[in-house]
Design a binder for this molecule. Structure first.
Ligand code: CIR
Length: 255
């Protein structure tokens, strides 16, 4: 169960955020409205939400998931592979420190963006993407082992982050899309394939028995409801334009 979340207000500079989506430039006002809707959904799931101020210097800074990895025993500050995002880590540190959790860090030449890390109980799958390198994954596995957790790497070549195409919904249920559907390590789960046409909804988020699904993906919502979860549909169009999914917009943890 999660008790808390940290999010960050989108910056006006988000229109200059990294994107390969070809969906046009995000509308800042609409993004702010959608962000408020996202925070409301987190609160409906029972979370106490800390909303950090926008940081104009970093256009992608609302995607807080990538700069820290919360585990039940420690928090690991990452080192993003995107050079324009590395400075975001310093901006999240105070909020992370205020949780009272032990902090660890990923050091150069390692890179990790935590959108590449999927937690299943005590085990963490780490996607080797353009943003997360083998050295970063090795450091992360070492840190996880120090706190009696485990990690393993997942080779990947098509998606931005591991969780762009994968979501663990607890209760052994996994949503998977594209290059992840046939991976041997994921066949132990009840795997629901998300067709490429709906790939954006492969990034859905389990929070305390409810699953946030991006609005507009009725097949995915229906499939998740059929698994027995409550569903909240959250409009995300402006973040989708920046390749940002539902999970990217928050750090979720328990105190
Ligand atoms: C980026 O390319 O870094 C941002 N525009 C989107 C980050 C999305 N984060 C995530 O999938 N965890």
């Amino acid at each position: 169960m999660f008790t808390n979340a940290i999010v960050r207000q989108p910056a006006k500079s988000m229109i200059e955020g990294l994107s390969e989506a070809n969906l046009g430039s995000p509308n800042y006002q609409l993004a702010c409205e959608q962000h408020a809707g996202y925070v409301k959904a987190l609160i409906e799931c029972g979370l106490s939400v800390t909303v950090l101020d926008a940081v104009e210097e970093f256009p992608d800074s609302c995607f807080v998931e990538d700069v820290a990895l919360f585990t039940p025993t420690c928090v690991i500050l990452t080192r993003p592979g995107a050079p324009t995002r590395q400075g975001e880590v310093a901006h999240i540190e105070a909020a992370v420190r205020s949780t009272g959790k032990t902090i660890e860090v990923i050091e150069a030449p390692g890179t990790i963006e935590a959108g590449d890390v999927m937690m299943v109980g005590n085990h963490y799958y780490i996607g080797l993407s353009d943003r997360t390198n083998a050295n970063g994954a090795e450091q992360l596995i070492g840190l996880l082992n120090k706190y009696e957790m485990t990690g393993s790497v997942v080779e990947m070549s098509e998606m931005l982050h591991l969780k762009t195409g994968l979501s663990y919904l607890e209760g052994n249920n996994l949503l998977a899309c594209g290059e992840f559907v046939n991976k041997a390590e994921f066949q132990q789960y009840e795997l629901t394939e998300i067709p490429m046409a709906n790939s954006y909804s492969a990034n859905s988020v389990w929070i305390n028995g409810t699953v946030l699904v991006p609005a507009g993906f009725t097949e995915t919502s229906a499939a998740v409801k059929a698994m027995g979860y409550g569903v909240i549909e959250v409009p995300m169009s402006e973040f989708q334009k920046l390749d940002g999914g539902l999970s990217c917009l928050s750090l979720r943890f328990s105190i």
